[in-house]
Design a protein around this ligand. Structure first.
Ligand SMILES: [Zn+2]
Length: 122
């Protein structure tokens, strides 16, 4: 153990991260070539597409999964058609696009709509 160990560790960590990125990039290119050659469509080649997506994801190349705003809006719109304001019977309005909250303009009460999303992993 020497005093030099700590800074050396920091440097090598950066180098490691870069090496990992480079290696992932190379892997992505190689897998992309294989997919381009049609290997992913051959029997037993499914792993190539799977690996390609995994590597692309590790590199942050895949778009982050966004909330499905239009799905939320239509679900909220459907719900509000059948749900008058519990307080005054007025017509509720979604507070803003993508929100699961509704406001009654008549009595200025805000309601939280419960999400009815079914989680396939549950
Ligand atoms: Zn109301």
């Amino acid at each position: 153990m020497t005093d030099d160990l700590f800074p050396a560790t920091l440097v090598s960590h950066d180098a490691l991260a870069k090496a990992r990125r480079d290696s992932l990039s190379n892997q992505l290119v190689r897998l992309g070539d294989m997919l381009g050659d049609g290997l992913g469509d051959e029997p037993g080649g499914e792993w190539i597409g799977r690996e390609y997506r995994a590597v692309a994801k590790a590199l942050g190349l895949l778009p982050k999964r966004r909330r499905d705003v239009s799905g939320i809006n239509s679900r909220v719109a459907n719900a509000l058609e059948r749900l008058p304001c519990p307080g005054c019977g007025g017509i509720l309005q979604q507070t803003r696009s993508g929100a699961l909250r509704a406001k009654c303009p008549a009595c200025a009460t805000t309601y939280q709509l419960s999400s009815q999303r079914k989680d396939p992993h549950a």
